[in-house]
Structures are given as C-alpha cells and as structure tokens.
Design a binder for this molecule. Sequence first.
Ligand code: HEC
Length: 144
Amino acid sequence: MPMVFGRRVAAYAALGALVVATAAAANSATTPGIYSTTQAAAGSKVFEANCASCHGENLEGGAGPALSGQNLKTLAKNTKLTVSQMYTFFSQEMPLNNPGSLTSAQYLSIMAYILKFNGYPSGSGALTSTSIKKATMIITSLKS
Ligand code: HEC
C-alpha cells in the first residue's frame, strides 16, 4: 500500500527522524531500563485489544508492519527512529481505524510492551509522559 507507506514516511520526516540522527543505537549492555514489568504486562493487554488485529498477536505484522525482529532493525537502519518518535507517531496515528483514541497511560504501556518484547531491559520505574520525551535511543530489536 504505497499511499499509506508514503504517509508514514512523511510523518516520520515531520518528526525529524529522517533528517537528524544524533541518537546512538541501543544495545542491551548499555541500554537503561526505562519501563517497568507491570507497565509492560498492562501494555500487552492494551496491545492485544487495540493493535494485534493488524500488527499480530506476536508483533509479527499483518495488515500493518511487524513491530519486532528484522522489521524493526530495518526501520532503525532506514529511519533512525527513536523510541520517543515512535511513541509520538503511534499515539497520534494509531490505531489506524481510530487514531489517538487511547489514553496516554495506555499508549505508554504499549510502548513498554514493545520494548520488552524486543529485548529491552525493564527498570524500576514506569515510562511516563515526561520520561518518554527523553527516550532518544533508536528503537530496534535487541533480539537476534
Ligand atoms: C486497522 C489496522 C491497524 C491497527 C488496529 C493498528 N495499526 Fe499500526 N499500522 C497499521 C498500518 C497499515 C501501518 C502502516 C501505516 C503507514 O505506513 O502509514 C501501521 C503502522 C504502525 C507503526 C509504524 C511501524 C513502522 O514500521 O513504521 C506503529 C509503531 C504502529 N502502527 C503501532 C500501532 C499501535 C501501537 C496500535 C494500537 C494502538 C496500532 N498500530 C493499531 C495498521 C494498524
């Protein structure tokens, strides 16, 4: 679906992802835990109810792109999208059939779940609307 893809690239460009790439790529040894396991568990349920129909029960993709594995690695390489930018994108544009319909707490929990699923370590505190702004590491998959 080239039109849809074009819109996503345009949205990312507007976020500055295609222009500035100052953030360092994440790796599991140096990546700080920016979400809590409780938050990720809540996010799993929110994702299942609102996102899995298009992105897959296991983030493997379907009508929408995979939010895991090789697809995230390719995304990181091509767009240098940060965690903060991905969050901004999906909290405004997703679910595709009802954009922006969830609460900030729900969107933040989904971000925690996506991070956990892709091998990012958890920390002692939950991701908040303040801390997400400082999440400048490039989102990828830390799983091989
Ligand atoms: C009705 C189907 C549908 C639902 C439901 C949906 N998405 Fe999407 N999503 C898409 C499609 C299609 C794209 C590609 C859009 C584009 O390229 O503009 C996309 C793109 C994305 C992207 C960008 C991925 C990339 O490779 O750049 C993210 C992140 C995302 N969705 C997250 C979510 C989250 C989180 C939810 C639940 C709150 C959700 N989506 C619900 C269909 C959906």
